[in-house]
Design a protein around this ligand. Structure first.
Ligand code: SAH
Length: 270
């Protein structure tokens, strides 16, 4: 077990006026979005985030990812991090004192303005608007729970925001943290090659995305809708908008009603 936080991505930086930075375990890359994750399974990171576009962005220093192993702060010979719930009941609870030390370690290194978030099924549901909001921050501190979760006092003491991936229960916060990071990192400048692609995808204007097609023009007797082959940009845009509206009203009445209400309000305001 190592006592040093683990760093992923670029391990060195180019020459600068402060060469000492190079020998610190976690060089702070200028302008990089700095993420720290408190977890009992640091080996699960970067996981899928080390692949493809998020992985390339990590290599390129557009963001940094440090894990803080909660076990390091455990009690006694066995480094215990959990104990039985006060009041009885099944399972184990992560101790406030142990988690508190991990949080203090994270906060000591974090850029100011980076939110402290606990992945939790009781949290505010994560969505695209939250991803956009978090992508504007200088970084993120994430806490992954395990067992029955965290002692409530630690959540209150550090005024931790709780964020949920959805209405289901995972065994730990790591998958939720990676999903959240993937959705957020791809909105940072320079991460996706084609910036425009985040502008007209699902949710960006509150609607689901229209269907997509590519070559071959005909496949097993199915043709691409002719309007998409017409070269008429105005007609293509109209068709896509109509498809988005139809899909959203059929599949997601919640999003559809919110979109209609916004449209009506816009109409009234102008
Ligand atoms: N007893 C808790 C569930 C604990 S699950 C309850 O009923 O609320 C163990 C850990 O998995 C949690 O501490 C949390 O970090 C993570 N987790 C589980 N489901 C999640 C979800 N839907 N979103 C985000 N994190 C989740």
């Amino acid at each position: 077990m190592t006592d040093k936080p683990k760093s992923y991505g670029r391990k060195s930086i180019s020459a600068s006026a402060t060469p000492q930075e190079l020998i610190t375990p976690n060089p702070r890359l200028h302008g990089a979005w700095a993420v720290q994750v408190i977890t009992l399974v640091p080996q699960a990171f970067p996981g899928v985030l080390g692949e493809s576009l998020t992985g390339k962005a990590l290599q390129d220093g557009l963001w940094t990812l440090d894990t803080i192993d909660l076990r390091r702060f455990g009690e006694g010979k066995h480094r215990n991090v959990d104990d039985t719930p006060a009041g009885g009941g099944a399972g184990m609870v992560l101790r406030a004192d142990v988690m508190g030390q991990a949080i203090e370690t994270a906060l000591a290194k974090t850029p100011s303005g980076a939110p402290l978030i606990y992945l939790s099924p009781r949290g505010k549901p994560f969505d695209q608007a939250m991803a956009h909001d978090l992508a504007q921050k200088p970084g993120l501190n994430l806490i992954c729970g395990r067992f029955e979760g965290l002692d409530e006092r630690v959540i209150e003491h550090y005024d931790i925001q709780e964020v949920s991936l959805g209405d289901f229960v995972l065994t730990g916060g790591e998958i939720a943290a990676q999903a959240m990071l993937d959705a957020t990192v791809r909105l940072r400048p320079g991460v996706l090659g084609n910036q425009a692609s985040t502008e007209d995808e699902s949710f960006s204007d509150g609607l689901l995305e229209h269907p997509q097609y590519t070559r071959p023009a005909e496949w097993k007797g199915h043709a691409i809708p002719p309007v998409l082959m017409s070269g008429h940009h105005g007609e293509v845009a109209k068709w896509r908008q109509a498809q988005s509206e139809e899909l959203t009203s059929a599949r997601r009445p919640d999003l559809w009603n919110a979109w209609l209400a916004r449209k009506e309000k816009k109409g009234r305001d102008t």
